[in-house]
Design a protein around this ligand. Structure first.
Ligand code: ADP
Length: 445
C-alpha cells in the first residue's frame, strides 16, 4: 500500500510540469480561481483590439452608464460593487452590445472580468417578452456552470422576469416540454442533448452563443466536438462569443471555426519578475535538517506570512504535521482535497488565520496571495528529466509589475543535484542566489 501511495505521489509530482496534460486539473484550477477571487486581477498592460472592420469607429466605455443598459440591470451591476468597467470590459462590452451584432474572441487571464462581461451581455440581450431560450452559454464542467450561473443570477437580481436554466447532468426535464428560460447555461453534452435529442431548446432561435473557458474545453476529450456540433445547429446570424484565458494554436483553431469574422480582444498577462525578490539557498542534509533550518528561519524573522512548497503530498503532510507540533498555525493544500476544501484553506490563509501555507505544486498553480513575504522551496521545482523548472520557480516566487512588494525566497538544498538546480536557476534568470546560514541570519535583514 505504501508503494502505491508513493506511486501516486510521484505521479502528482510529475504532473507539476504538465500544465496542459491534465484536463481535470485545468477545470479544477479554473474553478478554484473563481471561488477564491474577490476582485479584479491587476493588469496594467495595454488591451489589444483587432476589429473585423478596421474602418468602423472603435468604441470603448469608461462607465457603465454609457452602455445605456436597462436601469434594473445597471442596478444589478452596481449592486455587485462594480464602479467602472474593467480593462477588457471597456472594449468588449460595447462590441457585445452593438447593433448589428458582432462576433468576439476575447483572451485574458483569469480574473480580468470576462465572466462578468458576457453575463452582462446575455442579460442585456434577451427579449423578455419572448418566452424561449435566446442565449446559450457552454462551459467545461458542472461546477463551472454553477459558478458562472451564480454571477448571472446575481447580476440579474433586479431583473426577476429574466429566467435562467442550467443544462447540467442530473437536471431532468419532462419529455416534450419547451424551455421558456431566456438564458441556458450548461456543459456541452447536456446542452447538445437538450437541443437535439430532447428538443427542450430550439437551437434555431438562439441569437447569442457564448463559449467560455475555451482553453479548458478543448483540453477535454469530446467537449470540442460537442461544442462544434452545438454550433452547427445555430442560425447564421447568431452572435458568437468565445472566451479563453490562454491562446494556444488549438484554441485559435476552435475559435476560428466557431466565431466567423470576429473582433479580437487580448490582454496580455503581466510579466512576473524576480527583481524585487531576494533569493537565498540553505545547505541541508536531509528533511529533518531542512525542517530545523526552516524553523530557525521562521523564528528569527518578522514575517507576515510564508508559503512553503513541497514536491509530494507525503512530504507536504509530513512538514505540516511537524510545523503544527512546533506550535505554528499551518494550512495544508494537497492534491487529494476537494476544490471546496482547497478554497477554504486558501481563504483562511488569506484572511491571516494561518501564517504558514504548506502546499504541493499542483495545488498552488494560479494562486496569488499578495501578502506573502517569504516563499520557501522545501523541494526545488524540477522537470521530469530532473532539470530546473524555471517557469515554476518564477511562478512561485515572482511578483508582477514594477510595484510588486519585496519578498524573500529561500531554497533548501540537500544534494549535489539540488545545488546544480540552483546554479541552473541562477544562470537562467541571471540573478544571484546567495548562500544563507540559518544559524546566523543577519544577511537577510
Ligand atoms: P474572469 O471571467 O476573467 O476570470 P470575472 O468576470 O470572474 O473574471 O471577474 C473577476 C473578479 O472581478 C470577480 O470577483 C468579479 O466579481 C470582479 N469584477 C468583474 N468585473 C468587475 C468590475 N468592472 N469592477 C469590479 N470588479 C469586477
Amino acid at each position: 500500500e505504501d508503494s502505491w501511495a508513493q506511486a501516486v505521489d510521484i505521479q502528482e509530482a510529475a504532473n507539476t510540469s504538465q500544465v496542459n496534460g491534465d484536463e481535470v486539473d485545468l477545470a479544477e484550477q479554473s474553478l478554484l480561481n473563481k471561488m477564491i477571487r474577490r476582485s479584479l486581477v491587476r493588469n496594467r498592460n495595454q488591451v489589444e483590439v483587432l476589429q473585423r472592420d478596421p474602418t468602423s469607429p472603435l468604441y470603448s466605455v469608461k462607465t457603465f452608464e454609457e452602455l445605456r443598459l436597462k436601469p434594473e440591470l445597471l442596478k444589478g451591476v452596481y449592486n455587485m460593487g462594480f464602479n467602472r468597467p474593467s480593462r477588457i470590459q471597456e472594449n468588449a462590452l460595447p462590441m457585445m452590445l452593438a447593433q448589428p451584432p458582432q462576433n468576439l474572441i476575447a483572451q485574458s487571464q483569469s480574473g480580468t472580468g470576462k465572466t462578468a462581461a458576457f453575463s452582462l451581455a446575455m442579460l442585456s440581450h434577451v427579449n423578455r417578452a419572448n418566452k424561449w431560450t435566446q442565449c446559450l452559454c457552454i462551459l467545461p464542467t458542472y461546477e463551472l456552470a454553477l459558478q458562472t450561473g451564480q454571477v448571472i443570477e446575481q447580476m440579474g437580481k433586479f431583473c426577476p422576469d429574466v429566467k435562467l436554466a442550467y443544462a447540467i447532468r442530473g437536471n431532468r426535464l419532462e419529455r416534450g416540454m419547451k424551455l421558456q428560460d431566456h438564458i441556458v447555461i450548461g456543459t456541452p453534452g447536456t446542452v447538445l442533448d437538450w437541443c437535439t435529442k430532447y428538443k427542450f431548446i430550439d437551437p434555431k432561435k438562439i441569437t447569442m452563443f457564448v463559449l467560455d473557458e475555451a482553453d479548458v474545453m478543448i483540453a477535454t476529450q469530446g467537449h470540442r466536438d460537442q461544442s462544434i456540433r452545438i454550433h452547427r445547429q445555430l442560425p447564421k446570424g447568431c452572435q458568437m462569443l468565445l472566451f479563453s484565458a490562454t491562446f494556444e494554436d488549438s484554441v485559435w483553431r476552435l475559435a476560428e471555426q466557431v466565431v466567423p469574422d470576429p473582433n479580437i480582444i487580448r490582454l496580455k498577462r503581466e510579466e512576473e519578475t524576480l527583481d524585487t525578490i531576494k533569493q537565498f539557498f540553505v545547505l541541508c542534509k536531509e528533511k529533518e535538517d531542512k525542517f530545523t533550518a526552516l524553523c530557525n528561519l521562521y523564528g528569527s524573522l518578522t514575517i507576515a506570512q510564508a508559503m512553503i512548497f513541497c514536491h509530494t503530498r507525503k512530504m507536504a503532510a509530513w512538514l505540516a504535521a511537524h510545523l503544527t507540533k512546533e506550535g505554528h498555525q499551518v494550512g495544508l493544500l494537497s492534491g487529494e482535497m476537494t476544490v471546496e476544501q482547497r478554497a477554504n484553506v486558501i481563504e483562511r490563509f488569506r484572511d491571516g488565520r494561518e501564517k504558514v501555507l504548506v502546499t504541493t505544486n499542483v495545488c498552488s498553480r494560479g494562486i496569488d496571495v499578495e501578502q506573502v513575504s517569504l516563499v520557501v522551496n522545501f523541494d526545488l521545482p524540477v522537470n521530469m528529466d530532473g532539470s530546473a523548472d524555471n517557469e515554476t520557480y518564477l511562478h512561485r516566487i515572482g511578483r508582477t509589475g514594477r510595484f510588486g512588494r519585496r519578498g524573500f525566497a529561500v531554497n533548501m538544498v540537500e544534494s549535489k543535484h539540488s545545488m546544480d538546480i540552483i546554479k541552473q536557476i541562477e544562470m537562467h534568470f541571471n540573478r544571484k542566489i546567495t548562500k544563507l546560514d540559518t544559524s546566523n541570519l543577519e544577511e537577510m535583514e
